[in-house]
Design a protein around this ligand. Sequence first.
Ligand code: ZN
Length: 80
Amino acid sequence: MRLVDLRFAGWQLEPIPEAPARYYGKCRSCGERSPHAALVGQGQLWCLRHTDATGHAEYEIFESQEFNATVPADSTPATT
Ligand SMILES: [Zn+2]
């Protein structure tokens, strides 16, 4: 996942380098989720195995990315 270069009120989002993107599949029939995996194919394989075990056939694949909100060197966060 690539974050959009977005700033708001003096803050920006920075991906955590040591926490790469992770993927998981979710069954839309029962809500069961696969374990988080490093490769999207691992989430997809879980979906196929879940179909074989349950007959459920509708899924979503999610990608997650951990990040921090930081203050860019050329900015200061707004105060309220
Ligand atoms: Zn299911």
